[in-house]
Write a protein that binds this ligand. Structure first.
Ligand code: GLA
Length: 766
């Protein structure tokens, strides 16, 4: 990377001219003060003279080399010319906290909270109002008006309030005729609305795409129309003279705003509205992670807001979300009720080391180095030469994820300093960068190349990991688990002791020595254990296998622990059969009249049996449902997944029949907690659905499917069958279902990339 500058060292003026060119080309890439010197307009719209071109001292030549190396001579993306968002915006948005319940009080109280809870000091700046802030119609002059109940004094006093706290105010509009909540859109009013926002003191506009009149633009593709309308607003905002960050929201398939957003917007949504669950987070991560070359200072990929604190994910999952967003240089916009935030969630939002990765002045989005089997290695280049390395385990089983310093782009060095940004521990490594990462979790390191002398002051990087020969076991069966301690550092460790524990009902036999006197630098020690799964318990259970290790490095005794979840399954007995038409092997279990299914699968709302658009796993009885029969089961499924997924009853002429097969009916709880009945009315590939009202159920639900020939009635009960609510009565394809049908329970996670588990009890067919 230094090569382009190397030949210029004897000619400082040449170097300097190059530096100036670089700074001008990348005016948006530079910090505000640098930008001012480059001749670009600053945030207040003031133009500054360009750098003078007299001979510069050698230190400046060195600076050139450094800047040149950082920039790598990559052509700067043509970033939005408003000079804003040199770093990804940080702030808050009300949408996932309040939806249409937004009002002035919420905005002002949240602004206060951002100051008092430390988020402002941590870098959160924007307080953004989303949809539903406005009155249903414009005034007689065509101006937007705030909803008189939600914002009785209008938006300006709210902006003043927020500004007085040293924060900035954001607002929401739509490029079409209405917003997503059917309030007036900016179409045809762009200049007027931009002027209104500027007059109110708005600092940030989120611009949606819910009702764009594509018909007004004959001959233009939808993408072109979105580009035209967003450009109109971009120009209108600039024309106001007020610095207003422009955040566009075009996340529908084919919109691809990363291809056209950079010259007109500071950030663009890459992916659908995020939900508060791991599966949705994963979809938005995967939809953004490969767009790294489209992002840069002033122009960011936006995988949507942070759900941390909303309660639908575990603490490690929220840490994962925060780490991945920071690694992708994504906007950090919290969307939760900050007044009710737990200290644990707040600590995630305020992790200074992770925020520094997101806000790094170089403004590079992290790059995926590998992702095999859902085990990701990401590397983000940071200013000064460090790398932020995320080891992300998107699978359901803890796993060792390993890379090397050179592979993530660090320079060759004797040693590397690994700072764990969540545990805050610091260690030295001779090159390997690895960790035993729990399911759905990350380990995030800031890595720097160091010399041997600095390495000596640090403890060697030690990794304890567990690996089972098979990820799941039938009850009473055995497998081998290997426990390994690796010394990745430059110094040996002494008096190594490995321990291993199993949960209730397990049996264990150690197959090697548990103690070693000395583990040399770069070596590992493995001890194997034979474990036998319990013979009783629930049909499917995540058994706890945990390893521990202690050792003695030069600076005193240390210990660590690792946990491996091993699924134990009771085999499904006859007369029940299993059907798996997901792409990944599903796990089935049955004991004492209870069933469990762990599966991926996109669900049954799409064409039956056509992976990857429709796939599920079932435990069923062949031809057990007669023309006049009732099937019933109680389902526990609260692992929110894609809403196409779910768990419940299924009846089909043939459970594993191919696409386009005759009639079938399912009655289930979906990933969003709604009871749904879906059926195939035609015998073709289409499935109809009825969503039960009221929507969301929590806890076990009892489902009942009553068949009478080709007519089916679905019911559900949330009190164990004391009272029943009907869902619908439907008729399936004529001619089908004259005789007996296969009947059973099914589960699909709703997403092809991750597994959830549903449990069922008291399944009966009468
Ligand atoms: C769309 C956007 C969301 C939110 C809502 C408001 O769905 O993608 O982020 O702004 O509109 O109606």
């Amino acid at each position: 990377m230094l090569a382009p500058c190397a030949g210029l060292l004897d000619d400082p003026d040449h170097v300097l001219a190059h530096l100036e060119l670089l700074l001008q080309r990348q005016s948006i890439h530079a910090a505000p003060d640098q930008r001012a010197r480059s001749g670009a307009a600053d945030a207040a719209g003031v133009r500054h003279p360009p750098l003078r071109t007299r001979r510069r001292p050698v230190w400046l030549v060195a600076l050139c080399l450094w800047v040149t190396a950082l920039a790598g001579f990559a052509p700067a993306a043509a970033a939005e010319q408003n000079g804003l968002s040199a770093r990804p915006p940080m702030g808050w948005n009300d949408w996932y906290a309040a939806y249409c319940g937004v009002n002035a009080q919420l905005i002002e109280q949240t602004a206060q909270t951002i100051v008092s809870n430390g988020m402002k000091a941590a870098g959160y700046q924007y307080v953004n109002i989303d949809d539903c802030w406005m009155a249903p119609s414009r005034d007689s002059a065509g101006n937007l008006v705030a909803d008189p109940t939600r914002f009785p004094d209008g938006i300006k006093p709210v902006a003043d309030y927020v500004h007085n706290l040293g924060l900035k105010l954001g607002i929401y509009e739509d490029a079409g005729t209405t917003t997503c909540a059917h309030l007036p859109g900016s179409y045809g009013h762009e200049a007027q609305d931009a002027a209104t926002f500027a007059s109110w003191g708005v600092d940030y506009l989120k611009y949606d795409r819910c009702s764009i009149p594509f018909g007004d633009f004959p001959g233009q593709s939808e993408q072109q129309v979105q580009q035209t309308l967003n450009t109109r607003m971009s120009n209108a905002l600039k024309a106001t003279g007020r610095p207003i960050v422009f955040s566009i929201c075009n996340p529908d398939p084919g919109d691809d705003p990363w291809r056209w957003g950079a010259p007109i917007a500071n950030l663009w949504r890459t992916t659908p509205d995020i939900e508060d669950n791991f599966g949705s987070m994963l979809v938005n991560f995967e939809g953004t992670v490969n767009l790294f070359s489209d992002a840069g200072p002033g122009a960011w990929n936006d995988p949507d807001m942070l759900q941390i604190g909303n309660g639908g994910s575990t603490r490690p999952e929220y840490r994962t979300e925060f780490s991945l967003w920071a690694e992708m240089a994504a906007p950090l916009i919290a969307s939760t009720n900050l007044a009710a935030l737990s200290p644990q969630a707040l600590a995630i939002y305020e992790n200074a080391g992770v925020i520094a990765v997101d806000q790094d002045p170089l403004g590079k989005q992290g790059v995926p180095i590998s992702s095999q089997g859902g085990r990701w290695v990401l590397s983000k280049e940071l200013s000064g030469g460090d790398r932020a390395v995320v080891l992300f385990n998107s699978t359901d089983t803890a796993a060792t994820i390993a890379t090397r310093a050179i592979a993530v782009g660090l320079r060759a060095a004797r040693a590397y300093r690994l700072e764990d940004l969540w545990s805050n521990s610091v260690s030295e490594s001779r090159g390997p960068i690895s960790a035993f990462v729990p399911a759905h979790s990350v380990v995030m390191y800031r890595v720097a190349a160091i010399d041997r002398r600095r390495a000596r002051a640090l403890a060697p990087h030690i990794v304890l990991s567990l690996a089972a020969a098979v990820p799941q076991l039938f009850s009473g069966r055995s497998t081998i688990v290997r426990e390994t301690l690796s010394d990745d550092g430059l110094a040996p460790v002494k008096r190594v002791k490995l321990t291993f524990r199993v949960g209730l009902g397990w049996r264990i036999k150690r197959l090697g020595r548990a103690r070693v006197k000395r583990l040399a630098a770069g070596q590992r020690y493995t001890v194997a254990f034979r474990v036998t799964a319990p013979v009783s318990g629930p049909p499917s259970e995540l058994g706890g296998l945990s390893g521990g290790a202690s050792w003695d490095p030069l600076d005193g005794w240390r210990a660590t622990a690792a946990f491996l979840g091993e699924r134990v399954l009771a085999p499904v007995p006859p007369p029940y059969q299993t059907a798996d038409i997901t792409r990944q092997p599903a796990a089935f279990a049955a004991r004492d009249g209870a069933f469990a299914i762990s599966a991926r699968g996109t669900g049954v709302l799409q064409p039956w049996n056509a992976p990857p658009t429709g796939s599920y796993a079932a435990i069923y009885e062949r031809q057990r449902a007669g023309a006049s029969s009732t099937a019933q089961v109680t389902v526990s499924y609260d692992a929110a997944g894609g809403s196409a997924g779910g768990a419940g009853l299924i009846e089909r002429d043939a459970m594993t029949a191919p696409a386009g097969s005759p009639a079938g009916v399912v009655l289930f709880v979906n990933g969003a907690g709604t009871v749904v009945m879906s059926w195939n009315a035609t015998g073709g590939r289409d499935v109809d659905s009825r969503f039960a009202v009221p929507g969301v159920v929590a806890g076990p639900v009892t489902l009942r499917l009553v068949r009478s020939g080709s007519s089916y009635t679905g019911y559900y009960s949330t009190n164990g069958g004391v009272t029943w609510a009907p869902v619908d009565t439907v008729t399936v394809a004529a001619g089908a279902s004259a005789g007996n049908q296969d009947v059973g329970v099914f589960h699909a996670s709703g997403l092809p990339t991750w597994t959830t588990t549903a449990t069922f009890r008291d399944f009966s067919v009468r």
